[in-house]
Every structure is written in structure tokens, then in C-alpha cells.
Design a protein around this ligand. Structure first.
Ligand code: HEM
Ligand SMILES: *[C@@H]1O[C@H](CO)[C@@H](O)[C@H](O)[C@H]1NC(C)=O
Length: 386
């Protein structure tokens, strides 16, 4: 090994050890290919695109949902479709159940639809992780982003644990230093943070994700003084004060971008500059002098942001991917890992008149899914996330 490589390795190990709370620092993996399915399933990308286009045409809110799913998948244990699992073989409560995900995830059915088409066309070829990466691109393109290439060859993982999120995942209350640190642990830069946050140009957030900014913000101010007062007043109309027994699933959802909420464009950045960033983590990007200059640059130049966004999505798509036949698997269904091959049946001598029946093993009881109490979700703070 070259001495320089050794030094870099030592530095990385030292950094990895010094950050407790990180699962494992993510790395950008090389080795995926554009056109990976050109021989094994040539229609793969077209099938995903058609499914995404028809679902988005029926309901525009699928597009932001798919982009967010991809980000949430790749940011925790890499792009391995761990976000899609309904249960994990080890009995861990899956990522899907985390308070950062749960009922706020949208687009899961679209992935299922694409997967079932692909299973009938080329069974066990196209991984769920690749479907998600294609679908996120197609959703972005459906929302107005110029097309970009998506490398493929990711295998599906077998781990999904919601306990991987706290301490590793950004939450709406975070400011730039913490956000930067979390992105850095995932091999992403501060510019990636600013560029990717522009995904908040489409879709929206439930009132409880930012209600701390419009009610009881501080002892000195009921409303976050960083917010444009007219915008804050509008938000208070759309999001009435929460009552204790309100069902969070019925909370109103507010568009991030009041100007062009359906189009993936740079108006997100102009809105930030106009003090109309919805989440604390959005607004933080203009409050912080390091990131403010980038916000200004992207607000001025839509084409620049489009290009940077596509590049950053490509980078996200290479986070800690499982590569090669030996790693992971290609799931049959995106919500479940494939069962291990059936155990050898015991060979009993056949007795005529006493047909052999396979022994009945008691089914292992499924662990009850631990759900976060409702109050974990309110006020934009997630218990256990720091
Ligand atoms: C920087 C830290 C980030 C934080 C704290 C954050 C937080 C959030 C929150 C709280 C929501 C609202 C969920 C809901 O109420 O249903 C949301 C929505 C969304 N996020 Fe992020 N996010 C971040 C970065 C990103 C990134 C990097 C992407 C993608 C590249 C992304 C894509 C989206 C999209 C598209 C939505 C809208 C989803 C929908 O309407 O269904 N976010 N985000
Ligand atoms: C569109 O999808 C969203 C998210 O799944 C859902 O809440 C909404 O009701 C759907 N809208 C229509 C018109 O079906």
C-alpha cells in the first residue's frame, strides 16, 4: 500500500472511531454500471419509468415521495432497499417504523408495482435497490429535472433496524453544523447538503414537523423571528394549534414551496432567501454564512442547481452499495427478504397406510412492532435523535 493511502486509511479509521453513534461511516462505492441490465433485463429501466410516469400522472405527490424514499434508503446502511422491508430476519424493528419514516413515507406501492412487473418479465434479476434508484430519477424527471444516468448493479440488503437512525439521520430541528457533520459521515459534502435540500422544492411537511416555529417558539417570541411574518401567519392558519388527542396522520401537510410546489426547480432557494423556509433545517441554510452563499448561487442559476442536483443524486446512489453475487440478494418482493432455501426434509421410511406428514414446527411468534408514541412526532423533534 502506498504510504499516502496508509495515512488516509489511518485518518479514516481514527475519524470513524472518534464519531460514536455513527453506524459505520458510509463510503461512495465504485463499480456500478450504467446499463447494468442491458443483457439480463433490457426493459428494466423502461418498465420502472412507465410505472413511475403513470403513477405520477395519477397523483403528483408520488414524485416527492419516491425521491425521499431513495434518500432515506441510501443515507442509512447504504442503497440496499432496507427502507422497503416490512420486517427484518433478525427480528429488529425495521427502518420503516422509525419516527423519521412511518406513515410519512409515500411511494412504496409504486415500487411494489414496478417490482411485480419486472418479476414477471425477468424474475429475480432486478434488485429493489436499483428499482428505487431508477424510480427516484424518473420521479425527479417527471417533476422537471433534465434526465440523468443512473448506474445499477446494487444488491438488496438483509438488515433493517430503526435504531440505526437516531444519531445518524437529520431531523427538522437541526442546524447547519450538525447537518454538515451527518452528511460528512455519509461521505457527502456541505455543498451536497445544500444541493440535495433543494428536493424540498416539491412535496411538503406535516404541521408537527415545524409547529415549534409557529407556536411557543421561545420565551421571547411565540413565532420564530426568522420567518417572514406574513408567511408565519399563513402557516398558523393552515396549522391550527395541536390538541392533545389529535391524530398525527390527519395533520395537514403543507407544501415546502408555495410558489411552484409541483416543479423541481430552484425556487426553493429564492423562498429561503425570502425567509419562507418551512423547516428549521431549511431556514438554517440561509442563516449560516457558510451555506448562504451557495443558496444565493442556486437561487440565481436554475441550470447550475439542476446539474448539481443530478450529480448529488448520483453520488447518493453509490453510498455503501452491495456489489457482486456474493453480497446481499435480489429480493423477490421488495418488502421481504427471500427465505433461505428449504431445509433438508428428514427421510423417514415410507409406511404404506401411514402417509408421512412433515413435522409441524411451532411458528416463531412475530415480535410485536414497537411504535413510537404520538408525542415523539410533535413539534418537529424526534426522541433519541440528536
Ligand atoms: C437536510 C436534512 C433534511 C431534513 C431534516 C429533512 C426533513 C424532512 C421532513 C421533516 C419532511 C416532511 C415529511 C412529512 O411531514 O411527511 C421532508 C420531506 C421531504 N424530503 Fe426531506 N429532509 C432533509 C433532506 C432531504 C434530502 C437530502 C432529500 C432528497 C434528496 C429530501 C427529500 C424530501 C422530499 C422530496 C420531501 C417531500 C416528501 C413528500 O411530500 O411526501 N429531504 N424532509
Ligand atoms: C395522492 O397520494 C397521497 C399520498 O399517498 C394521498 O395522501 C392522496 O390522498 C392522494 N391523492 C389522490 C387524489 O388520490
Amino acid at each position: 500500500m502506498e504510504p499516502l493511502n496508509k495515512l488516509v486509511l489511518c485518518l479514516c479509521v481514527a475519524l470513524a472511531v472518534s464519531w460514536r453513534g455513527a453506524i459505520v461511516d458510509a463510503v461512495i462505492v465504485d463499480g456500478l454500471q450504467v446499463g447494468f441490465y442491458s443483457r439480463t433485463c433490457p426493459e428494466a429501466e423502461n418498465v420502472v419509468r412507465d410505472v413511475v410516469n403513470s403513477e405520477v400522472a395519477a397523483n403528483r405527490s408520488i414524485a416527492p415521495g419516491l425521491i425521499r424514499l431513495f434518500f432515506h434508503d441510501c443515507f442509512i446502511t447504504g442503497c440496499d432497499a432496507s427502507i422497503l422491508l416490512d420486517e427484518s430476519p433478525s427480528g429488529d424493528v425495521p427502518e420503516k417504523e422509525s419516527s423519521a419514516n412511518g406513515f410519512t413515507l409515500i411511494g412504496l406501492n409504486t415500487i411494489d408495482a414496478a417490482k411485480s412487473k419486472l418479476e414477471s418479465l425477468c424474475p429475480r434479476r432486478v434488485s429493489c435497490a436499483d428499482i428505487l434508484a431508477f424510480a427516484a430519477r424518473d420521479a425527479a424527471v417527471a417533476a422537471g429535472l433534465p434526465n440523468y444516468d443512473v448506474v445499477a448493479g446494487r444488491r438488496d440488503g438483509e438488515r433493517s433496524n430503526m435504531d440505526d437512525l437516531p444519531g445518524n439521520f437529520p431531523v427538522p430541528g437541526h442546524h447547519v453544523p450538525r447537518l454538515t457533520e451527518l452528511f460528512f459521515q455519509r461521505g457527502l459534502t456541505q455543498e451536497d447538503l445544500v444541493v440535495l435540500s433543494g428536493a424540498h422544492s416539491i412535496g411538503g411537511a406535516h404541521c408537527f414537523m415545524f409547529s415549534n416555529r409557529i407556536y411557543g417558539f421561545s420565551d421571547a417570541a411565540d413565532v420564530d423571528p426568522a420567518l417572514d411574518p406574513a408567511y408565519a401567519a399563513r402557516l398558523r392558519q393552515l396549522c391550527p394549534p395541536r390538541k392533545p388527542d389529535d391524530d398525527p396522520e390527519r395533520a395537514p401537510k403543507i407544501n415546502f414551496d408555495a410558489v411552484s410546489g409541483d416543479r423541481l426547480d430552484n425556487s426553493y432557494y429564492a423562498e429561503l432567501l425570502a425567509r419562507r423556509g418551512l423547516l428549521t433545517s431549511d431556514d438554517a441554510l440561509v442563516q449560516d454564512p457558510q451555506t448562504r452563499a451557495m443558496v444565493e448561487a442556486f437561487a440565481r442559476d436554475d441550470a447550475l442547481w439542476h446539474r448539481k442536483f443530478a450529480e448529488a443524486m448520483q453520488k447518493v446512489g453509490k453510498l455503501d452499495v452491495l456489489l457482486g453475487e456474493g453480497k446481499g440478494q435480489v429480493r423477490k418482493q421488495c418488502r421481504l427478504i427471500n427465505r433461505p432455501p428449504p431445509q433438508q426434509q428428514p427421510q423417514w421410511p415410507a409406511h404404506p397406510g401411514f402417509p408421512w406428514r412433515p413435522p409441524q414446527f411451532p411458528r416463531r411468534p412475530r415480535r410485536p412492532i414497537r411504535r413510537h408514541p404520538v408525542f415523539d412526532l410533535i413539534n418537529g423533534f424526534f426522541r433519541g435523535f440528536h
